[in-house]
Write a protein that binds this ligand. Structure first.
Ligand SMILES: [Zn+2]
Length: 461
């Protein structure tokens, strides 16, 4: 078996790996690169492997940095099966259609600058391409192995990261030799609200593991929750707004869970709460349809009051006009909007209206990739240009680490520690500092030498 890393080598986006074994070529994930404009331009470049020779695609979960180039793969001629968990198959059209309409709008906006009537800028993909991808989906359940081809069997197990997220095991038999690869996907922390805990496989010949927070320990969730309560209180007393950039899938639902849980002690009834994301209500419908995947705590919570997705003062805004109207309120609003890293979407309009005042608070509740506006804000830039306005930043910025959808170094070590005999491991999906820190921790704890593959490096298993 050969595994070649075609993405997320030294970065946390663009997940994509090619597996060759038993005469077949399988692609694990086909994610979009997110970050600076220069980095994102790479999404439109041809793939560095022969697309038409791919026999099957296996998708770990519905985040755009894992699935966002599937329509491009289809444009380049891959029309074969895409195997994924059935909840991911339900989330995928929502994610990709949103990305397509953003890309279409962006291309249209850029073409307006050209007066010669030609469309110089084409969207990365369109809703038509998304329709093609959706027709290719094949739905799997957790813990039910499926033989894709003679000698190639795939099993998904819960990765506890977002609804439908999976770690993937590929077992191949080739000339009497059995080889097992496990790809972690993105691994969630233990006790993530709503979701079940990550479910590692018992053994592997090679573990390809994410390492987003390989160099960090998260704050205790209890301390994080307390901190959020304190920020809400301070913002209310100052008469300000609270902005929370959040991915429409995962974090937005988790925030609503915490709001419902602490509705009384955070005195949330006095706020206007907006879920300002056209995707959010669609995603919430998908979550509602898959309650059987929730953990026990969430199953109880979603049958009590207040229901996390139907808080009495929660408004889902889908129309642009409703979204704009939020900015008429000078205070008293909690606004959850995408994108999670502030590199697009409605959050940028809210930032423009709110960054300039010290009474407002911005809560960062997820990973901010290098090159994104979110990362610049977290790193402390003091002014920003948004929609032509130069804004001196006075709003308070908070990084709420304990709510991450990715587990931390301790969680990664625990997940890997479940594999018997501490098998060979290679680290992907982490910036290089995180990968190195994770490798060091693995060495100290398990005396294993983790590999840190470069882009296009092949690992023989
Ligand atoms: Zn993810």
């Amino acid at each position: 078996m050969k595994v070649t890393v075609f993405g997320a080598a030294g970065a946390v986006t663009g997940s994509c790996h090619l597996v060759e074994a038993a005469g077949k070529r399988l692609l694990l994930d086909c994610g979009m690169i997110q970050g600076s404009k220069v980095e994102e331009a790479k999404n439109a470049l041809p793939f560095d492997f022969d697309v038409k020779s791919i026999d099957a695609v296996i998708l770990s979960h519905a985040h755009i940095d894992h699935c966002g180039r599937l329509p491009v793969l289809a444009q380049y001629g891959y029309h074969g099966p895409i195997y994924t968990h059935r909840a991911t198959a339900d989330l995928l059209p929502v994610m990709l259609e949103d990305a397509a309409s953003l890309a279409e709008m962006d291309a249209e906006r850029r073409n307006r600058f050209h007066k010669d009537g030609h469309n110089h800028h084409k969207p990365l993909f369109t809703r038509h391409d998304v329709g093609q991808v959706v027709r290719q989906l094949e739905r799997l359940d957790y813990r039910k192995p499926l033989t894709l081809f003679p000698g190639v069997t795939v099993t998904l197990q819960d990765a506890g990261h977002i609804l439908g997220s999976a770690s993937v095991r590929i077992v191949t038999e080739d000339a009497g030799e059995t080889r097992t690869l496990v790809f972690s996907g993105d691994i969630g922390p233990l006790n993530t609200p709503i979701l079940a805990d990550p479910d590692p496989f018992p053994s592997a010949d090679l573990v390809l593991m994410e390492s987003t927070y390989g160099g960090r320990l998260h704050r205790e969730r209890a301390a994080t929750v307390q901190e959020m309560g304190e920020i809400f209180d301070a913002a209310w007393k100052a008469g300000g707004n609270i902005l929370i950039p959040a991915f429409a899938v995962g974090r937005s639902q988790e925030l609503l869970y915490w709001f419902a849980k602490h509705y009384e002690d955070w005195n949330l009834g006095r706020w206007r709460i907006f879920m300002d994301s056209p995707m959010a209500s669609k995603v919430i419908e998908v979550y509602d349809r898959h309650e059987e995947l929730f953990d026990d705590d969430a199953k109880v919570m979603f049958h009590g009051k207040p229901h996390p997705f139907h808080l009495p003062n929660l408004k889902y805004t889908t129309d642009v006009e409703d979204s704009k109207a939020i900015n008429e309120h000078n205070g008293g609003c909690i606004i959850i909007a995408g994108s999670g890293m502030c590199n697009g979407g409605r959050i940028r309009h809210h930032l423009r209206h709110n960054l300039g005042s010290a009474k407002n608070h911005i809560l960062f509740v997820g990973y901010q990739s290098v090159g994104t506006l979110g990362r610049l804000l977290v790193d402390g830039i003091d002014s920003v240009k948004l929609f032509g306005d130069d804004i001196k930043i006075k709003a308070h910025r908070h990084t709420i680490g304990g709510l991450s959808a990715h587990t931390d170094q301790a969680g990664l070590l625990e997940w890997y520690g479940a594999y018997s005999g501490h098998p060979r491991i290679a680290l992907v999906h982490g910036e290089d500092d995180a990968r190195k820190a994770c490798a060091l921790a693995l060495k100290m704890r398990f005396d294993v030498d983790a590999q840190i593959p470069a882009y296009a490096e092949t690992l023989s298993v």
